[in-house]
Design a protein around this ligand. Structure first.
Ligand code: C2O
Ligand code: CU
Length: 434
C-alpha cells in the first residue's frame, strides 16, 4: 500500500500553491427525480457556465461549464419502458447538443449535430423524447465542441431502473471525472493539443468522484451495494482496483491514481452473514443476432504516434488532411458530427452483423457505437467468457475485437473512439442502417 499512499501524496502535490480562500458556492450535486408513478416524465437540463468546488474547501472553486448548475449534472433516474422528455436549454455562448450515451433511441434523438439534428444555438432549446427500452446505467454529455464542453464538466448520469426493484440495500452512483487543473484549481488551457491527440489524449491530473476529490466513501458492514460506475472523463481510461477497499484508478504506467477509500461506519453489521447468492439482473429486450447468417465487416483503426513521435500507418491515405491523427479504414472524419458525413458502411435493416475492430495502432481505443448495444464475441479470435452487451468496447494496441448486433434501429449512427481527442482528430465514422 505504500505506493498507494505515495500516489495520494502526489495527487495532492499537483495542487500546491493556491490561496486558501473558501469555495464560493456549494452546488447541489444530485437532483434526484422522484419517479413513483410518474408517466411521461419531463426533465430539464440547462447548459451554462458555473462554479464547482472540485478539490474541496481549501482551494478556490473551479470555473466550469455544467448542466443544472452542478458537477456532475443532475442524476436522472427514469424507468425502463416509460416515456421521457429531456428539455435542453442552451445558456452557453456556443452551440451544443446532448447525446444520451448508450440508450437505444430514435436516430433523431441521438444528439449528433448536423447528422441527426441542427445544433442547439445559444439561447435556444431542444426536446429529446424517447422511451428507454433497456434498464441500466447510462449517461449524457454534449456532442458539440466536445473537447471543451465535456472537458469543462458537462456530463451526468441517466439511470434506467428495472420495473421491479433489485434487492440491494443501497444503489450508489460513482460518476467519475478527470480534470487538468492548474495550481489554483482552474481548468488548464490547451484543449486540442495535436501532440496529445496522437497519443493518449488530454489525460488530467485530478480525478473526481461525483464531482469532488473524495477522501472516503461510507459503507456499512454487511450491506449489499449496487455500485454503478460511469467514466465521464475526456480521455482518461480507468481500471478500478479495490484491493484493501481502496479503489485505485490504475491504467497508465506512472499515472495510477488513488481514488478514495471505503470507510466502514460505526454501526453494527447489517446482517450476521453476507448475502450469499449473487443477483442476476433481468435481461434487456435485445434482439439476439443470428451468427450463422451475419454479414461480416472489418474496421481497421489506424494512425497515431509511434514511440519515436512519427505518425503510424497513415502514408498516402485518402481523406487525410492536415491535423488528422487517426483513421478508420483509411478515412478520417473529425469533429463532433456535421451534415453530410458519408457512411462507411450501409447495413441492411433487420440483418445481423459481426464487426471486427482491428486496432493497428500503438494506443488503446474505447470504441463506442451510437443507438445500439452489441454483444462482445471475441478478442483476437478467442471467445470472451460472458459475451456481454455493451455500447463501448476497449481495444488494446494491436488487438482485435469482434462484436455482433442486429441492425434493427434505422438511421445514421456514429461509431467513434471515446477518447475525445481521438474522436475529433479522425477516429470516427458513420454506419448507416437503411
Ligand atoms: Cu458518449 Cu458519440 O458518444
Ligand atoms: Cu482512441
Amino acid at each position: 500500500m505504500s505506493s498507494v499512499l505515495h500516489r495520494k501524496i502526489n495527487r495532492r502535490a499537483l495542487l500546491i500553491g493556491s490561496g486558501g480562500f473558501a469555495a464560493a458556492a456549494l452546488l447541489p450535486r444530485v437532483a434526484r427525480t422522484a419517479m413513483d408513478s410518474v408517466k411521461d416524465l419531463t426533465l430539464t437540463l440547462t447548459a451554462a457556465p458555473g462554479r464547482a468546488p472540485l478539490v474541496g474547501a481549501s482551494y478556490p472553486s473551479t470555473d466550469v461549464w455544467c448542466y443544472g448548475n452542478s458537477i456532475p449534472g443532475p442524476e436522472f433516474r427514469v424507468r425502463q419502458g416509460e416515456p421521457v422528455r429531456v428539455v435542453v436549454r442552451n445558456q452557453l455562448s456556443e452551440d451544443t447538443t446532448v447525446h444520451l450515451h448508450g440508450i437505444r433511441l430514435p436516430n433523431a434523438m441521438d444528439g449528433v449535430p448536423g447528422l441527426t439534428q441542427p445544433p442547439i444555438k445559444p439561447g435556444e432549446q431542444f426536446t429529446y423524447e424517447f422511451t428507454p427500452p433497456d434498464a441500466g446505467t447510462f449517461w449524457y454529455h454534449p456532442h458539440a465542441d466536445s473537447l471543451q464542453q465535456l472537458g469543462r464538466g458537462m456530463a451526468g448520469a441517466l439511470i434506467v431502473e428495472e420495473p421491479e426493484p433489485i434487492a440491494v440495500d443501497r444503489d450508489i452512483l460513482w460518476m467519475l471525472g478527470d480534470w487538468r487543473l492548474t495550481s489554483d484549481a482552474q481548468i488548464a488551457r490547451g484543449f486540442g493539443n495535436a501532440m496529445e491527440a496522437g497519443m493518449s489524449g488530454r489525460v488530467g491530473n485530478t480525478v473526481t468522484l461525483n464531482g469532488r476529490v473524495s477522501e472516503e466513501e461510507p459503507v456499512r458492514a454487511g450491506e449489499r451495494v449496487r455500485l454503478r460506475l460511469v467514466n465521464g472523463a475526456l480521455a482518461r481510461i480507468m481500471a478500478l482496483r479495490f484491493e484493501g477497499h481502496r479503489p485505485v484508478v490504475d491504467f497508465y504506467d506512472g499515472l495510477s491514481y488513488w481514488l478514495t477509500q471505503l470507510a466502514y461506519d460505526k454501526r453494527p453489521p447489517m446482517r450476521a452473514h453476507p448475502l450469499a447468492a449473487p443477483i442476476s439482473l433481468p435481461r434487456n429486450p435485445l434482439p439476439e443476432p443470428d451468427l450463422a447468417s451475419a454479414e461480416r465487416h472489418e474496421l481497421r483503426l489506424q494512425g497515431g504516434m509511434m514511440g519515436g513521435g512519427a505518425m503510424m500507418g497513415m502514408g498516402g491515405m485518402q481523406g487525410m488532411s492536415h491535423g488528422m491523427s487517426w483513421a478508420i479504414n483509411g478515412h478520417s472524419m473529425s469533429g463532433d458530427g456535421h451534415a453530410g458525413m458519408p457512411p462507411l458502411l450501409t447495413l441492411q435493416h433487420g440483418r445481423s452483423y459481426v464487426l471486427t475492430m482491428r486496432n493497428e495502432t500503438a494506443w488503446w481505443h474505447p470504441m463506442h457505437l451510437h443507438g445500439y448495444s452489441f454483444r462482445v464475441l471475441s478478442r483476437n479470435g478467442s471467445p470472451v467468457p460472458h459475451r456481454q452487451w455493451a455500447d463501448t468496447v476497449l481495444i488494446p494496441p494491436k488487438e482485435s475485437v469482434d462484436v455482433t448486433f442486429v441492425a434493427d434501429n434505422p438511421g445514421d449512427w456514429m461509431l467513434h473512439c471515446h477518447v475525445t481527442d481521438h474522436q475529433v482528430s479522425g477516429m470516427m465514422t458513420v454506419l448507416r442502417v437503411a
